[in-house]
Ligand binder design. Structure first.
Ligand code: HSE
Length: 400
């Protein structure tokens, strides 16, 4: 029997306990032995809940218990998660985590400790919730050089943008709904400002390149500036606005960007709605592949965490090698990527055409004092140079 300790009894942690309980028998068959939750570390008590008998408030109880061979970290945030996970690994206990902040910053170090001790550090749910994308990159797509990864990697913002598009709902109302459904981070700023998606694309780019991507170097824009009017313009152009996390291999190296993008029906991510996430991957041999599923939420995420535990049990005394060195990956300038640009501007047509040449105009009934403009394809460096010739730009949104 494998004895497990769970760190954190929030949305994901309580989901892990539920999955282990509800699917106990089938999980035991797949793991080859029974999995038993021995401790749950949380600052809180849960009187009246059967979990209370497993609650401990002192991490020392867990790290010093030789019976515990697997630690599940579901606390979120960098500290004390980092200290607890590192100590667990150093004590010879394998770890499964859903914590993207932890993995994005400390991934290579924790992977190395696990390798040195012949145990495992698995983090499938740090990207894409219930979608198996880490394991896919690490074991299934190893014959390819991955040239492009574009994802909808944040369930909260995708849920919000979908509701704002389909029901003309207000930003604050839909954020509250996403929080109530357990999709959002404890501080939803990480979702709406794009920081969560940024850490996730940093993790994917690190796995694809085999080197450490500094997420702080990734240009990141969230959805807080997206107004109802922007969505109306997108609809008028038969497009939707999605928060895309993009990483591509150029001649100068990998470049990455997180930003709202207007995409058309032809785009593979156009129909990814609500809390669903999807990751589109292009490999130099594989061509295109897409991975789709529940990107956030208690049980989909917990299911994938428990799958990591099963993998750990199946690989006792055998490290599953992960290709991610601590060597820093210098990122190329994302502004060299070519795309079209949408702007809302009060500049006259003559000035717009002097700056951008041939453009398409988008006019909304009842909207005066500005016009929507869709440029031809160009690099962002070129867009910036040309846009400097205008004085009335209110908004720019990238278009694909
Ligand atoms: N807040 C995250 C999201 C949770 O909305 O996608 C899953 O990482």
């Amino acid at each position: 029997m494998i004895k497990i300790a769970l760190l954190g009894y929030g949305t994901i942690g309580s989901g892990v306990a539920e999955v282990l309980k509800v699917n106990k028998d089938s999980i035991a068959k797949k793991a080859g032995q029974e999995l038993a939750l021995k401790y749950v570390l949380d600052l809180r008590d849960f009187p009246g809940d059967p979990i209370q008998e497993k609650i401990v408030h002192d991490y020392e109880v867990i790290v010093n218990d030789p019976e515990i061979s697997v630690v599940v970290e579901a606390m979120g945030g960098e500290e004390p998660a980092y200290t607890f996970v590192k100590r667990a690994l150093l004590a010879g206990k394998s770890v499964a985590t859903s914590n993207k902040a932890l993995v994005a910053r400390y991934g290579p170090e924790l992977i190395r400790i696990a390798q040195e001790r012949n145990i495992n550090f698995l983090f499938e749910t740090s990207v894409g919730g219930g979608i198996p994308i880490i394991r896919t990159l690490n074991t299934c797509l190893t014959a390819d050089v991955i040239e492009k990864v574009t994802g909808i990697l944040n369930g909260t913002t995708n849920y919000m943008l979908t509701r704002m598009t389909e029901e003309d709902a207000e930003f604050d109302d839909v954020l509250k709904e996403a929080q109530a459904m357990g999709y959002a981070e404890a501080d939803p700023t990480a979702d709406v400002e794009g920081y969560d998606a940024c850490r996730k694309i940093a993790i994917l780019t690190s796995l694809v390149s085999g080197q450490q991507v500094d997420f702080e170097e990734i240009e990141t824009q969230g959805i807080t500036d997206i107004e109802a009017l922007d969505i109306q313009y997108a609809k008028a152009m038969k497009r939707v606005i999605k928060l895309l996390a993009d990483s591509r291999r150029t001649e100068e190296g990998y470049c990455a960007l997180v930003a709202p993008v207007m995409i058309s029906k032809k785009h593979p991510l156009y129909n990814v709605n609500d809390v669903y996430n999807a990751i589109f991957v292009h490999g130099n041999m594989l061509g295109d592949a897409m991975f789709y599923g529940s990107g956030a939420g208690k049980l989909p995420t917990a299911s994938a965490v428990v799958a990591d535990i099963v993998d750990i049990v199946k690989h006792s005394h055998c490290n599953i090698k992960t290709f991610w060195s601590p060597e820093k990956l210098p990122l190329a300038d994302y502004r060299k990527a070519r795309r079209r640009f949408f702007l809302r501007t009060s500049d006259p047509e003559a000035a717009i055409e002097a700056a951008f040449g041939a453009v398409e105009y988008v006019r909304l009934p009842g909207v005066s004092g500005e016009v929507g403009v869709l440029t031809e394809q160009m690099s962002e460096l070129e867009y910036e140079k040309r846009a400097a010739g205008l004085t009335g730009i209110r908004k720019m949104i990238r278009v694909e």
